[in-house]
Design a protein around this ligand. Structure first.
Ligand SMILES: *Cc1c(COP(=O)(O)O)cnc(C)c1O
Length: 415
């Protein structure tokens, strides 16, 4: 906590309970902008413009209209009766899986491409791991007639063949990255390198609440439509805007940030987030950043990072490509540190089981990422009167192969 801050300068001096970003771009001790000199101008331009644009009538009108007519918002808040019965409380599912392109990521891509246009940029670049953010961004670029280049680790290009073909069909250029382990971390480094070389005409769309300030705050704001809708929908269903629990999975943290945004400073609402335990937090094959991470700097932000003794970033592992990130958004690191949120590691097998459970109880096949949020349910103790809102961040079509393989008993014992 920065106690030296001048009260007249900082809107966040009521600091004891303010979990949104402060005027310096920090969440407690996390966040900031640790970037190479050559990017200062780009990031500073963005910092000076993002709030002005996001709060302008012109932007809001275009953004709201696309969310409604193109994405299909508001996404339903669905009372899952059989799941509720199983866990002895009232569980509502926020259905981001029903969005165009199948997840919450499009909310952010639309917002950032609209911003890029208003900043006079013509060329969009993005990083992608599993390809979900790449597909969302390529979709929006097709819609808005913008050039789109997506950096993707070569390993991921091979593993996520369908998403690569979708991006190409949408008109994007997919660049396979061959440095490092050839996965998301390396793709992000390459995108940053591109941005350094083309600061004038290029806008970098980051896919989660990560990266240097103002990205985490900007992405959280663009995803905050999720909690804005939950408030209205819960009022209609339950006669009150506040649930007892909010639950979501965390990779970088964007669907979780959107889910909690308008409740973050309301202590009546408990926040429970699920991170990817992989094969178990002690197995060496994990992406559980809160359980294992130490303070470090990753992709321009100060946050918890899974690293070895020498401070080298370790390769994370999760069965879910969307949660396979060695860092976590600075907002979420602070929520964990301040004990505002409970962060539970959910292992591969627990997520798989939860996905089958939701499918069989409710007829909804969730994304593997979302299945981690569901996998946190059996770890909780609810009262019958508790109202829980859990965000289903995406649909499971992309994960069917993994679900099939994992349901084979031989896979479970030998893998
Ligand atoms: C990318 C992705 C995630 C993880 O990203 P966050 O920024 O943590 O939300 C979760 N669910 C789905 C369906 C995704 O595609």
């Amino acid at each position: 906590m920065n106690t030296a801050m001048n009260p007249t300068e900082s809107p966040s001096t009521a600091k004891s309970y303010d979990f949104l970003v402060d005027s310096e771009g920090y969440y407690g001790e996390f966040g900031g902008a640790y970037i190479p000199e050559i990017l200062h101008q780009c990031v500073d331009d963005l910092r000076q413009n993002y709030l002005k644009v996001l709060q302008s009538d012109d932007f809001k009108q275009a953004y709201d209209q696309l969310l409604r007519d193109y994405v299909g918002r508001p996404s339903p808040l669905y009372l899952a009766k059989r799941l509720s019965e199983r866990y002895g409380c009232k569980i509502y599912l926020k259905r981001e899986d029903l969005n165009h392109t199948g997840a919450h990521k499009i909310n952010n891509s639309i917002g950032q491409v609209l911003l890029a246009q208003r900043m006079g940029k013509r060329r969009i670049i993005a990083e992608t791991g599993a390809g979900q953010h790449g597909v969302a961004t390529a979709t929006v670029c097709a819609l808005m007639n913008m050039e789109c280049v997506v950096y993707m680790g070569k390993t991921d290009v091979e593993r996520q063949h369908i998403n690569v073909e979708k991006m190409k069909m949408l008109g994007a250029t997919v660049v396979p990255v061959t440095s490092g382990n050839m996965t998301l971390k390396d793709a992000t480094n390459e995108a940053i390198r591109d941005w350094c070389c083309h600061p004038q005409d290029t806008y970098y769309v980051i896919g989660s609440t990560v990266g240097p300030h103002p990205y985490p705050d900007m992405v959280a704001r663009l995803q905050s439509v999720i909690s804005e809708e939950i408030k209205k929908q819960l009022l209609a269903h339950e006669g009150r805007e506040t649930p007892d629990y909010l639950m979501a999975c965390v990779g970088g943290g964007s669907n979780a940030a959107g889910t909690i945004y308008h409740y973050i400073n309301d202590p009546r609402v408990q926040i429970v987030l699920a991170e990817a335990g992989g094969k178990g937090i002690d197995s060496g094959l994990t992406a559980a950043t809160i359980a294992l991470g130490k303070m470090g700097i990753i992709h321009g932000a100060k946050t918890y990072v899974i690293q070895n003794e020498d401070g080298q970033i370790e390769e994370p592992y999760s069965i879910s490509a969307g949660l396979d990130y060695p860092g976590i958004g600075p907002m979420h690191a602070n929520l964990a540190k301040q004990k505002r949120a409970i962060i539970l590691p959910v292992n591969d097998d627990e997520a798989i089981q939860a996905a089958y459970e939701l499918t069989q109880l409710e007829g909804i096949i969730p994304a593997l990422e979302s299945a981690h949020a569901l996998g946190a349910l059996p770890k909780m103790k609810f009262k019958p009167t508790d109202v829980v809102v859990l965000t289903v961040s995406g649909r499971g079509d992309k994960d069917i192969e993994t679900y099939l393989k994992a349901n084979n008993p031989e896979f479970i014992t030998n893998h």
